[in-house]
Design a protein around this ligand. Structure first.
Ligand code: LLP
Length: 418
């Protein structure tokens, strides 16, 4: 995370001390480094240069409008999973024609709106969804561009909650049923079959399963060609992992080389749906220690961020490095870094060696992906601010929520509706 580095004892984001951001905007807050977003995006665009491709950033990882706008300015497309996400892309100035719409449960209303908006492609996940989309498109007098999300039945070898490409997962169309489903799709009058799609899981630290999945899709592409169904694109989803601790995720260039070799001479364009690898290491969660507490055999650093702000540690037992914003020479002790929420699973890190005192700031690293987007208001905790830093400029890109906002949808209804 080069965008986050110590200068002497102080942890900086780009050219700004994180302590200065905490003083100005309060904690907890998410801080993103624009240079890291650009760098991660460029790794993809450079690696895939020379072949017809579109990076569709999976905005479930971080859907802040300023982040979307930045990627749109770099030419990115977007992978979305709800009409809300599609509307975010448009609100941030992204192009409708570069949006793909994934997800197993698209409602008819979402389909209608997406058709009206004119998105690039629906990634369809079941036969019943095909039928519904055909009907909705017919009613709207449109033809819906589609790809089928095929479940290639490869093991992504990642956490079971974020592994999606095995046949017992709810996602996609079973590999064995794919040909028949394509035939069905091609026969439906209001659909335009343009692609094939898969996404096998997230935080993959080895690219082999991703390449295996592509190989399996290409077998289908050939069989479809023989059946007279010619596709324009193959979408290989997202999934490349990042370094949280000591992982060595595949480098985008090596991944790209393997893909380019397989697509050579096929006349297919490539879509990618990276999320985490574009934003994960571009963000930190900044938090302040409220109390140090000596339990029976355990030290706790109780901080002002909690599982509602960053759910990954409690939900997936995910590891995030935790660094002091100002380094001290004091002796370190081993702490569980925990939040104020009333759950034993409310921790951000366990058994961390830290030299800290009450009032110190901590940076929870690699929190740019699936951090703010998965946050909640549990325990009536307002979500924190989000800041985007570029060089020495700091922009507030999401204001801290207020108590009034939290109760707004209830307060007028206190005494019933009549
Ligand atoms: N495309 C589809 C259809 C997806 O479902 C996902 C992520 C992506 C692309 C982006 O995958 P990525 O490049 O970020 O791995 N909340 C979990 C991760 C859930 C991922 C869900 N799907 C976490 O915090 O680790």
């Amino acid at each position: 995370m080069q965008a986050f580095q110590y200068q002497d004892r102080e942890l900086f984001v780009e050219d700004v001390p994180l302590a200065q951001i905490a003083d100005t905007f309060g904690t907890p807050c998410y801080v993103y480094a624009e240079s890291a977003l650009t760098q991660a995006y460029s790794a993809y665009s450079n690696a895939f240069a020379g072949i017809d491709h579109l990076v569709c950033y999976a905005l479930k990882a971080n859907s802040n409008l300023a982040v979307i706008r930045h990627f749109a300015s770099l030419g990115s497309g977007f992978d979305t999973v709800s009409i809300g996400e599609i509307r975010r892309v448009l609100a941030a100035g992204g192009e409708a024609g570069k949006i793909v719409f994934s997800g197993v449960g698209k409602s008819a209303d979402e389909m209608r709106q997406a058709l009206e908006i004119g998105i690039h492609c629906f990634n369809v996940e079941s036969v019943n969804e095909l039928e519904r989309l055909n009907r909705v498109a017919g009613e709207a007098g449109k033809r819906a561009p589609i790809s089928l999300r095929v479940n290639p039945n490869v093991d992504a070898r990642t956490h079971p909650y974020i592994s999606t490409g095995l046949k017992n997962n709810k996602f996609g169309i079973a590999y064995e049923q794919a040909l028949d489903t394509y035939r069905r799709a091609a026969a439906l009058p209001n659909l335009n079959v343009i692609g094939i799609d898969c996404h096998i899981g997230s935080q993959l630290t080895d690219a082999t399963p991703l390449i295996d999945a592509l190989d399996r899709l290409l077998v289908l592409v050939d069989q479809l060609g023989e059946a007279g169904i010619r596709l324009k694109h193959v979408d290989i989803g997202g999934g490349l992992g990042i370094r949280y601790d000591h992982e060595t995720p595949p480098d985008v260039a090596a991944y790209a080389a393997a893909i380019k070799q397989r697509l050579a001479g096929r006349g297919l364009s490539l879509l990618l749906e990276p999320g985490r690898s574009l934003v994960g290491n571009a963000g930190v969660l900044l938090t302040r220690i409220e109390y140090l507490k000596q339990g029976d055999g355990k030290h706790f650093a109780i901080v002002d961020a909690a599982m509602n702000d960053l759910m990954r540690p409690s939900y997936y037992q995910a590891y995030h490095q935790i660094r002091p914003v100002t380094r001290r020479d004091d002796a370190a002790a081993t702490y569980d870094v925990v939040g104020p929420v009333c759950e034993s699973s409310d921790f951000l890190g366990k058994d961390r060696e830290l030299a800290v005192q009450e009032g110190d700031l901590l940076a929870v690293m690699s929190a740019g992906a699936y951090g703010a987007t998965m946050s909640s208001n549990y325990n009536t905790r307002p979500r924190g601010a989000e800041l985007l830093v570029s060089g020495d400029s700091v922009r507030l890109v999401r204001a801290r929520e207020t108590f009034e906002q939290l109760i707004a949808n209830e307060i007028g209804l206190l005494d019933g509706n009549d």
